[in-house]
Ligand binder design. Structure first.
Ligand SMILES: Nc1nc2c(ncn2[C@@H]2O[C@H](COP(=O)(O)OP(=O)(O)OP(=O)(O)O)[C@@H](O)[C@H]2O)c(=O)[nH]1
Length: 592
């Protein structure tokens, strides 16, 4: 017991731990030098090589900033991404590039967060400003240094020393991951990145679409919410990685883009939380948590909307970050509660949510420049984690779908089966015979109905008791089933009465068949302790000859009248002394 529990928890922790180790290994490739020697530098984040300070109140000119870099209090970058908080004063950064070769070297400089509003870069060579590059998402797309998802520009660096000064001003999070790459390397990285995002978004979009189709046809909430969650995440990811604004909303301006970013951020969180509530049915065993989740998805968006009305981006942004953090924590919490309540799929859900939480934390810390190094792997950890989560959640939904289908099949089976005899019940008989009947009419075939009733059954009940009566019913049903042909449809019609539907059988052929069954039952001996009980049956038969019943061609409605004819024939058989077969159409009886 303990072992299997340990195994469960080990499973939950193993994959997230592997992910952490992977990222820790990837962290080794970081830049440490203060001055960058281009002969030994092809590409990478250069936060460790940056010196920086923040403006106090007055906007500084380049000359004033240069003076402060020489005489003022400056800090050295301690991580790959310089991170200073949300809504803080503009930052100045400086680093030095050394080209010891004889010729020009082509490099690209990129700041890989798309939400920095105003970025100015000055390249100073031999104490002269050789280029001033203006950009940031505060500018329309066509005014940016290059048509790229982030602030980026390319430059031929002459032999000697080039000092780079960057000023960044933004209302959003001041996370500044500066990356320097040789242009050829940057292009290869762009292509690789496009493929990686293509695969990630492809998987997630396919899952979203598939579940959307399921939702449209099945109308079960969790499929729709899951789909919304994934679509929301993909669009949000496109937006915060700058790709959405490059492709669709390039010229809508920073105001639109900022509000779109935070709206998308909460959309997928809300859909995700409601999806988890519905899937895990938390209201049944974690009512308080469930209510909290519901409330938070109403209160925070309302607060953000009020912030929007009063144009308080900072306020709404903080609320969006709170909701996003709650989303990660609550997802895991719901998984734990579900595991405690022994809900099906809780282990898989917890595994997926813990992995996603770890990956989201890795990406957030990497961009914030805290503990986790900033690199391609750590920046994309969030997408990898979410894709992993999306696949596991899809597995849960698929298994749930299969179980629901099996439940339906089982329910249908029970609805159509007589529990005592395991033959079809009246409903089962109607369900099964309906398509066969249609086929018979279409193909102008013959069919016969036999109604069987156990003789003096009340006496058996009275003499031996109801339980023994049940046993007799079971054995008679077994006899009928065994003696019938493969295509015949047998059912318990009610009480001690049975019906057999004999397709492709004319009345003449069926008479022989029914007589055989009557004889088999007559020979049956049900053993109760030391007593042997014998029973007989009376049988009424009605059927078609040359696809006609009483001279009229069979129609869709003739099944009911054929059963009525068989019932009348049975009555006649009973009335004529029982233990005999009577054929309705021929108005004659056949005495055993
Ligand atoms: N043990 C048992 N008895 C049942 C069940 N369903 C119906 N019966 C009994 O079957 C008996 C049918 O009695 P009757 O309709 O008088 O029929 P009969 O005694 O067979 O008389 P004839 O049909 O005229 O030969 C009743 O006593 C019912 O209670 C059942 O599921 N189990």
């Amino acid at each position: 017991m303990i072992n299997s529990k340990c195994k469960h928890y080990f499973n939950i922790c193993f994959i997230p731990l592997s992910v952490i180790i992977l990222f820790a290994i990837s962290a080794i490739n970081t830049t440490q030098a203060n001055t960058i020697d281009l002969a030994q530098f092809e590409e990478g984040a250069i936060g460790h090589s940056i010196e920086y300070f923040q403006e106090k109140e007055i906007k500084l000119s380049l000359t004033e900033a240069q003076a402060l870099f020489t005489n003022g209090v400056i800090k050295s970058g301690q991580s790959d991404s310089i991170s200073l908080g949300i809504g803080v004063a503009p930052a100045w950064m400086k680093f030095t590039l050394v080209n010891n070769s004889m010729g020009q070297l082509n490099y690209r400089l990129a700041i890989e967060t798309p939400w920095l509003d105003y970025i100015d870069t000055w390249l100073v060579h031999e104490e002269k400003v050789v280029r001033h590059i203006v950009g940031g998402d505060g500018y329309p797309f066509n005014q940016r240094p290059m048509p790229y998802k982030f602030y980026a520009f390319e430059q031929s660096l002459p032999p000697g020393i080039t000092e780079v000064y960057i000023r960044v001003e933004t209302k959003g999070p001041m996370a500044i991951p500066v990356r320097l790459s040789r242009v050829d390397k940057a292009i290869i990285r762009d292509i690789t990145s496009a493929y990686q995002y293509g695969v990630l978004y492809g998987i997630m979009s396919a899952l979203a679409l598939y579940n959307l189709v399921l939702f449209v046809f099945i109308r079960q909430k969790e499929y729709g919410l899951y789909s919304l969650y994934l679509i929301g995440f993909v669009i949000n990811s496109l937006s915060y990685t700058g790709q959405l604004h490059t492709l669709i909303t390039p010229d809508y301006g920073p105001y639109f883009q900022d509000w779109l970013d935070i709206s998308l951020m909460i959309t997928y969180s809300i859909a995700g939380l409601h999806f988890a509530r519905t899937l895990l049915q938390t209201s049944q065993y974690a009512a308080k948590l469930d209510r909290f989740v519901s409330k938070i998805t109403i209160v925070i968006p309302t607060g953000m909307f009020i912030g929007f009305i009063f144009n308080q981006l900072f306020f709404s942004m903080i609320l969006a970050f709170i909701l996003n953090t709650c989303f990660v924590i609550l997802f895991v919490a719901m998984g734990f509660f579900a595991l405690k309540a022994k809900k099906p799929f809780a282990v898989i859900f917890l595994l997926s949510s813990v992995t996603a939480a770890i990956c989201i934390t890795i990406s957030t810390l990497a961009v914030a420049g805290f503990l986790v190094p900033y690199n391609d792997y750590t920046f994309k950890a969030i997408e990898v984690g979410m894709a992993f989560e999306a696949i596991l959640l899809a597995v849960i939904l698929a298994r749930q779908f299969r179980l629901a289908k099996m439940d339906k099949i089982i329910a249908e089976h029970y609805a159509c089966t007589d529990t005592l005899t395991q033959l079809n019940n009246r409903r089962g008989f109607q369900v099964i015979t309906q398509p066969v009947w249609q086929n018979i009419i279409r193909e102008r075939r013959d069919v016969t109905i036999a109604l069987l009733d156990i003789d003096f059954f009340k006496n058996i009940n009275d003499q031996y008791g109801h339980q023994i009566g049940d046993k007799v019913l079971q054995q008679v049903a077994q006899c009928i089933s065994n003696a019938s042909r493969k295509g015949d449809i047998c059912a318990r019609w009610g009480g001690e009465e049975f019906i057999i539907f004999l397709p492709e059988t004319s009345l003449t052929q069926a008479t022989k068949q029914a007589e055989r069954i009557r004889q088999v039952i007559e020979q049956l001996e049900v053993q109760i302790d030391n007593t042997l009980i014998s029973v007989t049956t009376s049988i009424g038969l009605a059927g078609s000859e040359n696809n006609k019943l009483n001279g009229a061609p069979l129609t869709l409605d003739s099944l009911e009248s054929m059963i009525n004819h068989a019932d009348n024939a049975l009555y006649y058989a009973k009335d004529s002394g029982k233990n005999q077969l009577h054929v309705a159409n021929h108005q004659s009886s056949q005495q055993s």
